[in-house]
Write a protein that binds this ligand. Structure first.
Ligand SMILES: Nc1ncnc2c1ncn2[C@@H]1O[C@H](COP(=O)(O)OP(=O)(O)OP(=O)(O)O)[C@@H](O)[C@H]1O
Ligand SMILES: [Mg+2]
Length: 424
């Protein structure tokens, strides 16, 4: 354990620099965590969302009218991490919870079965009537077994690990919309018995197919009318609200959308300083200025620059020069892991589209991630807009770009345009 406290370091940096008292910054104790869904050492700037969710949980458990929640935002902004924190909050209130990561072209029945099974396992130890629990598990099994239809080959048949016989005539019609309503209603009734609720978390929700989205919306709608304590909490890219309303026009009234954005200066500083202080390391103000300039407050970048800076800083407090020396390494890692890996998912035609997009984005405004008119991209490439639709649609499906407003596209990855502009 180190003896000096961070306050001491900040106020006596001169003496801290004397060789005998220098506190080196130990790479082994580097606290930062750049990575998809990696829990940050400090979840900064999300108190508003966490507090609001506490109210939702409380209201739903009391059968008060409440909308399901959907978090939207760009890549790396912290949706998954926040979703996991909301899930922990629900578990803390003895709710049953389950989580799904949606994938394109994947039917909903199997993942929903597994997630609800998990939720029931969390919930039912508090339930007094094992027969009622088994009844609902039987309905869940019936719902799950419908994932195997007549065309499913024997070796592909799914055996849900539920140890009760499947129920008959409930949640097994084969119509996903009807079946979801019945399954959710029965599951929620168990939660009512124990005075809590069930929360189903869906990450990458924009990847659900139209039939799945439509069924899910209908089920949420029905459940909220019944005042049943089951909510869906979704997370996805900025166009998720458009995906939902294309499936069901009433979805705007069904979900409360929360835009998850980059961190403001105070939160970004906290994300860096709080974990460092726990290791007795401090930052000079100039270092924090430069780190914010580099990261733009995007959580993934905050972690990436924080990590590289820590590894290069010889001693505390960390200086602006330390950040400057470390930045190329952070940029190199982002170029490979964050940007490059995504760029490589695109075909040559899609890459050409994105390059034309990058050349235009940030050209007319200060916002380097600004949306671009599709007509301008077509103009730049000397093509008719309709002929570029396949590339555009494929890029949307791959989650690399989104269309927030008709006739425009923007990158889902922050600073992606700038990255492409620096690539030969
Ligand atoms: N509030 C926060 N404070 C500090 N760091 C954060 C915060 N939220 C997320 N991070 C960090 O940002 C990175 C990205 O988080 P996460 O994977 O949750 O983003 P995401 O929005 O789900 O991205 P994607 O759209 O690519 O799935 C992780 O390294 C995580 O530790
Ligand atoms: Mg995510």
């Amino acid at each position: 354990m180190r003896s000096a406290r961070p306050e001491n370091i900040r106020h006596s940096s001169d003496s801290a620099r004397r060789p005998d008292t220098v506190l080196s910054v130990d790479p082994v104790r580097n606290p930062y965590a750049p990575g998809a869904g990696q829990r940050p050492p400090e979840l900064a700037g999300r108190d508003r969302e966490l507090d609001a969710f506490d109210v939702v949980l409380e209201r739903v458990a009391r059968s008060r009218p409440e909308r399901s929640l959907v978090l939207t935002g760009l890549r790396g902004v912290g949706k998954t991490v926040l979703l996991n924190s909301l899930r922990s909050a629900a578990i803390g209130r003895l709710w049953g919870t389950g989580k799904i990561e949606a994938r394109p072209d994947q039917p909903l029945r199997r993942p929903v079965s597994a997630a609800l099974h998990m939720a029931l396992r969390e919930l039912t130890p508090h339930h007094r009537n094992p027969d009622r629990v088994d009844e609902v598990l039987g309905v869940l099994k019936a719902f799950a077994l419908r994932a195997n239809d007549a065309n499913t080959k024997l070796r592909d048949r799914w055996a849900p690990g539920i140890d009760v016989p499947a129920a008959r005539g409930r949640a097994d019609s084969g119509d996903i919309e009807i079946d979801l309503v019945e399954l959710f209603t029965d599951a929620a009734s168990l939660a009512t018995d124990v005075g809590t609720g069930i929360a189903l978390f869906i990450d990458e929700m924009q990847d659900l197919g139209p039939v799945e989205v439509s069924a899910l919306c209908a089920a949420c709608h029905e459940l909220s009318q019944l005042g049943a304590p089951l909510i869906v909490v979704g997370a996805g890219l900025p166009h998720l609200p458009a995906v939902l309303s294309a499936a069901k026009s009433y979805s705007e009234r069904l979900f409360r959308y929360q835009r998850i954005d980059r961190l403001d200066r105070g939160a970004a500083d906290l994300a860096l300083c709080a974990p460092a202080a726990r290791e007795d390391v401090a930052y000079e103000p100039g270092a924090l200025d430069l780190l914010y300039e580099k990261s733009g407050g995007y959580p993934y970048f905050v972690q990436a620059y924080g990590k590289a800076t820590w590894d290069h800083a010889p001693q505390t407090p960390v200086t602006e020069d330390d950040v400057r020396v470390a930045a190329p390494e952070a940029e190199g890692e982002l170029a490979v892991g964050f940007f490059g890996s995504r760029f490589e998912r695109a075909t040559p035609a899609e890459r050409e589209y994105m390059r034309a997009m990058a050349a235009r984005s940030g050209e007319t405004t200060d916002d380097m991630d600004a949306a671009v008119l599709t007509s301008e991209i077509a103009g730049a490439l000397g093509r008719r807009p309709a002929s570029l639709s396949p590339a555009r649609d494929a890029l949307i499906k791959k989650g690399l770009i989104y269309s927030g407003e008709r006739g425009t596209v923007a990158f889902t990855v922050p600073h992606f345009g700038r990255y492409l502009r620096t690539q030969p």
